[in-house]
Design a protein around this ligand. Structure first.
Ligand code: FPP
Ligand code: MG
Length: 334
């Protein structure tokens, strides 16, 4: 099946449901754990590989539903690093299916542009066969300027692996003096994750009845609405999607409050950290310790400690904040 299947006319009941749902908040970013392909294959006396093919077909259909509903970003768990532990036959079959589907996507270049979909791959693609890496890179490159919707395909991904890589990047930055240890914050850390360019995940759906995240978007889903749906992925229907959106709408208020509280707490922690750094620098200046060149740029006449005598604490903290933000943004650009 193509990534852009023939559109079926919606029924009056679908149109009615969509009208009702569109009166409430529609999740802008939906993440999906497409689980249950092999159980579907067993249930329908098919080969496992056929279960995954049906799983892909369902993905294509679901993307169309999402676009129609105004969901502008979708992230799917296509292949976990843990999946490499499956039998070589199954791993090969999933790699081959991906080869075929991404080659097809490249053939359907005009349709990607027509639908305005930007494809991104999240994961450690160096673990994949090199020909597949090339196909993925090309799909990302040809669709990079599309603006209507984003499809993030998590491939050779686990959240823990992503977080370890991010930790290494941050540690490296501190070691090289590009950032200071005190610059490490939730903001900095999440900007080092694969999802740094993604908007917040509003709704995370897992099919098959399993009630766990299985190492998917663990950082990103802290303030997401979770929907565990008792249906095998290839059997997922538009009605399950409507039900998940309704579940999101019922919980929307609480999620927004939790997000706002988290944002306020982040700001408070950051102000506290900046104040502590200013005070520490002042102490160091007084005791004459801070006389060496500081690669992180916090000493010298432009540093908060350099202007400490003329300014009050608030303006010194403000100055420190500006220097820190510049340092962090420069590090993130590297
Ligand atoms: C989980 O079901 C599904 C996968 C491990 C693979 C998901 C992949 C697809 C749907 C195809 C996507 C392809 C592209 C090109 C994006 P499972 O195998 O764990 O089934 P089970 O839970 O019944 O054992
Ligand atoms: Mg499974």
């Amino acid at each position: 099946m193509s990534w852009f299947p023939q559109k079926r006319e919606s029924t009056w009941l679908q149109r009615a449901c969509e009208a009702v749902l569109s009166a409430g908040p529609i999740p802008r970013h939906v993440a999906i754990i497409m689980d249950g392909n092999r159980r579907f294959a067993v249930k329908n006396s098919l080969a496992k590989s056929e279960g995954h093919v049906k799983g892909f077909d369902k993905l294509a259909e679901t993307l169309e539903w999402c676009l129609d509903l105004g969901i502008t970003e979708v992230t799917v768990y296509a292949f976990s690093i843990e999946n490499f532990k499956r039998s070589p036959d199954e791993v090969n079959c999933l790699m081959e299916l991906s080869r075929q589907k991404f080659a097809r996507l490249l053939q359907e270049k005009d349709l990607i542009h027509q639908h305005g979909v930007c494809v991104r791959i999240l994961g450690d693609i160096s673990r994949l066969p090199s020909d597949l890496q090339e196909l993925l890179a090309e799909a990302v490159s040809i669709s990079a300027n599309n603006k209507r919707a984003i499809l993030n395909v998590c491939f050779a991904y686990t959240a823990r692996d992503d977080m370890c890589m991010a930790m290494r990047d941050v540690a490296d930055g501190v070691k090289k003096g590009l950032i200071k240890k005190s610059d490490i914050s939730e903001y900095l850390f999440e900007k080092c994750l694969y999802t740094s360019h993604c908007r917040d995940v509003d709704l995370l759906i897992r099919t098959s009845g399993e009630i766990r995240l299985s190492d998917f978007l663990m950082w990103e889903s802290s303030f997401s609405c979770l929907a565990f749906v008792k249906v095998l992925w290839p059997d997922f229907s538009i009605w399950h999607l409507y039900a998940a959106i309704l579940h999101y709408q019922r919980n929307h208020g609480k999620i927004q409050i939790a997000r706002q509280n988290n944002a306020i707490e982040r700001q408070r922690l950051q102000r506290e950290s900046d104040l502590k750094c200013v005070m520490e620098e002042e102490e160091e200046d007084k005791s004459g310790v801070n006389t060496k060149d500081n690669p992180a740029g916090s000493s010298g006449k432009d540093s908060p400690s350099g202007v400490a005598e003329q300014k009050n604490v608030q303006s010194r903290v403000q100055h420190y904040k500006e220097v820190r933000e510049k340092r962090v943004e420069e590090f993130l650009r590297t």
